[in-house]
Design a protein around this ligand. Structure first.
Ligand SMILES: Cc1cc2nc3c(=O)[nH]c(=O)nc-3n(C[C@H](O)[C@H](O)[C@H](O)COP(=O)(O)OP(=O)(O)OC[C@H]3O[C@@H](n4cnc5c(N)ncnc54)[C@H](O)[C@@H]3O)c2cc1C
Length: 409
């Protein structure tokens, strides 16, 4: 095995979390190694490629991406999400609730961008930096804490780092190596994601329909999320059998089904790329740090996609961690004060977002008549009580607690 050079930070995972962390850490002057079994080659500003998901990023996250110098190239391919309309056909009478950003004095809740475009822009920012060592096609195999550093074995050699940042996704091998356990939530569902063209304007409205989809007696959630022009991302969330049945349809049948499920609000729908499925296994890590290691992103928290909170929560993880590490003059980013404070500061925000998305997810989860009734009462309360609705909308847009400098207004 080759002995590789020493780093201040080793970031395991080059998804949106790991890449954003890498850009922020390099900007602060730290020497960073970024490792991922994948190729790390997304082209900047590509509309679609491997991931297929889009992400609605709230204003605090956009301020952060602006400060990191990646938002300029993304602004032109993002679409504002100014109104959420929720339609539930599975209760009698059917329910319709609207959440309008103008009610809380905003033009929009979030800007929606393709994940691949975000990753491409982050990779482009890292290109040419002498502070970063990219290790694509490689993964963390084992880690051991040696007091003033962490020794990390990878497929091609060993590295030493002062801080290990585990950004290696919801299954997080690093989290398991660190023996950090998780607290799981129900329901466990599957999301199907694909992008579409449509004949009518979306007008910045994201629609969320609940109702029967495939005739198997099960209901599912179909969400349309605006993209620039007459384009929208479609997320379908349901049980595995429902999602498999939709996956097996041909593209035209799937587009017809989505058109019917969304009551043709977008006109004629045409699928523009093959769908991809993602397991929804909500959890939060019981501890967010160990000695010389922290968890960020889906390694730390996997949230139901219902409130567009996942990556927004991750951006807050990164902003807090960067603030605590300070800049490279502070010399040890893995000191215990940093890892302990990170775990303490992130706990409240992560739990608040996890509880809120869990509550919303429970409200729209079907199958039990009592829960159905409670769901209806709950959704009606949120929809009809103005202050409650406005509080929920405002809460979802900014991190709970002290706002870190990268996200501050
Ligand atoms: C349908 C859907 C819609 C969503 N919509 C939104 C939204 O609107 N707004 C929002 O904020 N969030 C949203 N999310 C959540 C958001 O997409 C995720 O939180 C985010 O993409 C996860 O990024 P990540 O980098 O943490 O994990 P991942 O993207 O899973 O990246 C983990 C990386 O770690 C690598 N890896 C694995 N093992 C190792 C190892 N041993 N060593 C090194 N690397 C390793 C993997 O190859 C991978 O590249 C949505 C999620 C879904 C499923």
């Amino acid at each position: 095995m080759t002995k590789l050079t020493d780093h201040d930070l080793l970031i395991a995972g080059a998804g949106a979390a790991g890449l954003t962390m890498a850009v922020a850490a390099v900007d602060a002057g730290w020497r960073v190694a970024l490792i991922d079994p994948g190729p790390m080659t997304a082209k900047p500003h590509e509309h679609s490629a491997g991931d297929a998901r889009t992400t609605a990023i709230m204003a605090s996250g956009i301020r952060m991406l602006e400060r990191l110098g990646v938002w300029d190239g993304l602004a032109g391919i993002s679409a504002p999400l100014r109104l959420l309309e929720l339609v539930d056909d599975s209760v009698r009478p059917p329910m319709r609730q609207r959440f309008d950003a103008s009610e809380i004095g905003q033009d929009w809740f979030a800007q929606n961008i393709p994940n691949d475009a975000l990753k491409g822009a982050l990779l482009a920012r890292l290109a040419g930096s002498d502070k970063i060592t990219m290790l694509p096609g490689n993964k963390v195999l084992s880690i051991s804490n040696r007091g003033d550093h962490m020794l990390v074995a990878t497929e091609t050699g060993r590295l030493t780092t002062r801080l290990l940042v585990a950004a290696d996704g919801h299954k997080s091998p690093c989290r398991q190596m660190l023996r950090l356990s998780v607290s799981a939530r129900t329901p466990r569902e599957t999301a199907l994601v694909f992008n579409t063209d449509h004949s009518l304007d979306h007008d910045g409205v994201s629609y969320e329909f609940h109702g029967p989809l495939t005739g198997n007696g099960k209901t599912a959630q179909v969400t349309t999320i605006p993209l620039p022009g007459k384009r929208s991302a479609i997320n379908v969330v349901g049980d595995q059998a429902t999602i498999s049945a939709i996956m097996d349809m041909d593209a035209a049948a799937r587009a017809t089904m989505v058109g019917q499920a969304t009551r043709q609000v977008l006109g004629t729908i045409t699928e523009t790329e093959a769908p991809k499925s993602f397991p929804i296994r909500p959890f939060t890590a019981r501890r967010l740090s160990a000695e010389r290691a922290v968890l960020i992103g889906e390694a730390a928290h996997a949230l139901p996609p219902i409130g567009a909170q996942g990556l927004n929560t991750t951006l807050a993880d990164i902003a807090v961690l960067i603030d605590l590490m300070g800049d490279a003059a502070n010399d040890d980013p893995g000191r215990q004060q940093v890892t302990d404070s990170y775990a303490r500061q992130r706990r409240a925000d992560i739990m608040a977002r996890s509880n809120a998305t869990g509550m919303l997810s429970d409200m729209v989860h079907r199958g039990n008549p009592l829960i159905d009734r409670l769901r209806r009462v709950g959704l009606q309360a949120i929809g009809n009580i103005g202050p409650l609705r406005r509080q929920l909308m405002a809460r979802g847009m900014e991190p709970v607690g002290k706002v870190p400098p990268l996200m501050a207004k």
